[in-house]
Design a protein around this ligand. Structure first.
Ligand code: SF4
Length: 158
């Protein structure tokens, strides 16, 4: 069955999304920093995976990274475990945020995504009153995307 995995909007909407998510990041930073590592979860997008080599376990709306090392998610996963984070999930789309936030009840969320998905995810997290910090992809699209690991690690350690 066909499943739409990329919900990106045209580039013209990116600038407005960028301004919105930066404002939200700033507004929620202090509340997020007060959350201990073991109460935080990290959501990363499926498009960061190396699809041809990925061994991640599929779990319906998301995947669990098995740290094969073929993409940057392995580095993010290892760092999050080292610091004692509650969990890291690879999301197939923004709707998984709602499901996982309801199930896991994290007190803080880090979301890695394109600006459009990031803004949607932040809205969902705010409905659950969970402080979020967003890290934008440096190369977006629906496959073979990229992120600055230093930016991600800075947010994870914050
Ligand atoms: S590191 Fe994880 S997400 Fe990346 S390709 Fe390997 S199993 Fe998949």
């Amino acid at each position: 069955m066909y499943m739409k995995l990329c919900f990106r909007k045209p580039k013209s909407s990116d600038e407005a999304c960028k301004i919105n998510v930066q404002k939200k990041n700033n507004a929620m930073r202090k509340a997020f920093l007060d959350v201990p590592f073991n109460e935080r979860v990290i959501f990363v997008p499926h498009c960061l995976r190396n699809v041809s080599k990925c061994r991640a376990k599929e779990m319906g709306s998301h995947y669990i990274c098995l740290e094969c090392g073929a993409c940057k998610i392995a580095d993010i996963s290892k760092k999050s475990k080292e610091l004692g984070y509650k969990a890291l999930f690879i999301l197939k789309g923004g709707k998984a945020v709602t499901k996982l936030a309801a199930e896991l009840k994290p007190k803080g969320i880090i979301g890695v995504a394109c600006y459009f998905e990031g803004e949607q995810g932040m809205k969902e997290s705010q409905k659950h009153k969970i402080p979020v910090q967003f890290v934008a992809l440096t190369k977006d699209g629906c496959v073979d995307t990229n992120v600055d690991l230093n930016e991600v690690f800075k947010t994870i350690r914050g």
